[in-house]
Structures are given as C-alpha cells and as structure tokens.
Design a protein around this ligand. Sequence first.
Ligand SMILES: [Zn+2]
Length: 248
Amino acid sequence: MRLTVIGCSGSFPGPDSPSSCYLAEAEGFRLVIDMGNGALGVLQRYAELFGIDAICVSHLHADHCVDVGSYWIARQFAPDGPQPRIPVYGPPGTAGRVQPHLGSDSAELAYVPFDFRDLTPAVSQIGPFRVTTDHMNHPVETFGFRLEHAGRRLAYSADTGESSALVRLAEGADVLLCEASFTDRADNPPNLHLTARQAGEHATRAGAGQLVLTHLVPWNDRDRSLSEAAAAYHGPLSLATCGLVLEG
Ligand SMILES: [Zn+2]
C-alpha cells in the first residue's frame, strides 16, 4: 500500500498545500480519502483525472469534502462523455452537500457520476483495502479510518477531539496519520480537535509504529507542533507535507 498526501492543510488551504486529501493505492486501485478545498488540482499530479476508483469522505466540513463537487463536474462534463459512476462513501447527506448547483433539470445535468454509500462504524472491503471505520469526536458526524492491505496497517484520524475510538483504529498500526490542529493552550475548545501533544498521546496509547501529524493549520508554528508531539510520542515522528509518500 502506498499513501500520498495530496493535502494536509487544516481548516482551509495553505500556501503550500490544499486542504485534507490522501491518495491510497494498492494493486492498481486508487482510493481517495477526503477531498478538501483545492485537492482536485494537486491530485492530478499523482493520478489520472479519471483514474480514481473510489472516494471516502470523513465528514462534511468544507475542508474535507468540497472538491468532491469539483470532481463531480469533471466526471459529468468530460469531453468523451460522462464518466462511469464510482462509489463515494461518506456520512449520510454527502450527496446533497457536494452536489453542484447547475440551475437546470435537463437529463444531461441530472446525471450523477457517483454512487453514494452511507458510512457506518464497520469493517468493509473497498477494492483491495480492508477498511475499518468508526465515529470520531467532532461536532458533526465524522469517521476515522483504518486501512489494511497485505499485512500493513494505516490509520487516519480525520478530525477529532480526544477519542478512544481513534486509539482502537490505530492499534498496532504501522502509520498513524493524525490531526494536530491545535497547539497547547488553556482555552482550546474540547471535543473538536487534537493538540499535537494529544496526537502523540494517542499514537503512544495505540502503539503506532510511526506518527505523521496532519491537518496542520497555516497559522500554527510547525516546529512547535512537532516538539509538543515529541514530548508524548517517542517513535518516528514527522509532519505531513503535500506530496509526502508513505509506503506501507
Ligand atoms: Zn472538521
């Protein structure tokens, strides 16, 4: 399994990265996890525009889902005709959230290039990946993911406050891709996001083999995030960057 960070900017795009988007590949299958603002542009550096086989959306905040709507336009109005439907897994309401407002009810415009499927906490098979999903601790329904393929395990927190479900998803994972939206402050709101230190604590509790901090908000000091996480996690630790490849 190979995972490419397409976007790792938290909450809104930054100067060096789109919002959340990750490309997981195995056996020629391409699964995109999250598609935040700006992700579709950078995604084309790493995959053919119509080479995506499935999409998972963790939750319906704009920085995780709005470019599914951009991709809808691309697949619907492709010069060779509408592209075949691919599955989009997301919380209930994903279709309505990402649907373009085209202002017409003609048959051509009514074509939907996606097969929307509601996520639930479950274990399922998506292409070659065994995918475990569970609810995270965030103000809207949000799913974290554990991907397994050929004995390798990768977990992704999506957006979450402190969460025992995240520790379970990341149990023994080779890589935990964990959000670190906050730095240590007394006034961080609860049940919304993790600090870098809390990301480190979750990785330690899960016994994760490697921690990669992501959902990095542009106004944060990245070196500070890294050092705060390092105080709580003593394994290999790094910051996600646009284009980073994690081999599993
Ligand atoms: Zn969110």
